[in-house]
Design a protein around this ligand. Structure first.
Ligand SMILES: *Cc1c(COP(=O)(O)O)cnc(C)c1O
Length: 234
């Protein structure tokens, strides 16, 4: 299967899942996750219509940035405060904000570049120890704190990584919990809180996530095939 035909297939599944929740495929943004894949593969995806790329490591964004055709970049992995400065002028959306400390650093760097950074709050609704993100109970407070203290940040929504389940239907409850919070804020827009994205769903569970209300899916393996993690040792 080529990257192009994989993308076409995902777009079909995406549209079918969106229709089940009363929307169309165009209402759900496909972010192609390219970690451990080459700029050549990324450019192939962009030629096939991909407009948005997701990377989970700052270093990979820096290594590939100049070798990839114009595209929107998303930082989807855990972000250390000391690395914010490297990506602040490169990415369109940071999905993984889970502390006021990190938000303040993003705010500071955004100010220096005279820009407003769009972010999502990462919610760990299953409360898995192995994952980053805040609990659903902590979400309101963090949103309030960032909105009050970070004028160069716009909070655009929420992100969730569900536990890996053999049956993706078992992840639905975690998606649904985050959707509930999302819905509350969609109706409470302000200058700094302007919800537009609910980032949920990966290769294993994106159809269930869309049916539960996701409007942004982050898909890697189903587009590019399995990742060779040995490459990380370089
Ligand atoms: C790697 C990754 C993905 C994509 O995972 P696949 O299973 O390959 O689709 C999505 N989101 C995050 C945060 C990731 O790190």
């Amino acid at each position: 299967m080529s990257i192009k035909s994989n993308i076409e297939y995902i777009n079909e599944l995406k549209a079918a899942a969106a229709e089940k929740s009363g929307r169309t495929g165009d209402d759900v943004l496909l972010v192609a996750v390219t970690k451990l894949h080459t700029p050549e593969e990324m450019n192939e995806a962009i030629d096939a219509g991909i407009t948005d790329i997701g990377e989970n490591k700052v270093q990979e964004i820096m290594d590939k940035f100049d070798r990839v055709k114009p595209v929107r970049w998303h930082l989807i992995g855990h972000l250390q405060t000391n690395k914010v400065k490297y990506i602040i002028d490169k990415v369109s959306l940071i999905h993984s904000v889970d502390s006021l400390h990190l938000a303040k650093e993003i705010n500071k760097r955004a100010q220096q570049h005279d820009l407003t950074m769009d972010i999502l709050i990462q919610v760990n609704s299953a409360e898995e120890d192995s994952k980053f993100g805040i609990t659903t109970d902590e979400t309101d407070q963090l949103i309030r704190d960032i909105a009050e203290q970070c004028p160069n940040i716009k909070i655009k929504g929420l992100m969730c990584i569900a536990p890996f389940e053999q049956d993706p239907n078992d992840a639905r409850e975690y998606f649904a919990e985050v959707k509930k919070i999302y819905d509350k804020y969609v109706n409470e827009k302000s200058d700094r809180v302007d919800f537009e994205y609910l980032s949920m769903g990966m290769t294993n569970d994106f159809e269930a996530a869309i049916e539960e209300g996701s409007n942004l899916i982050r898909v890697g393996t189903a587009i590019f095939g399995y990742r060779d993690y040995r490459k990380e040792e370089k």
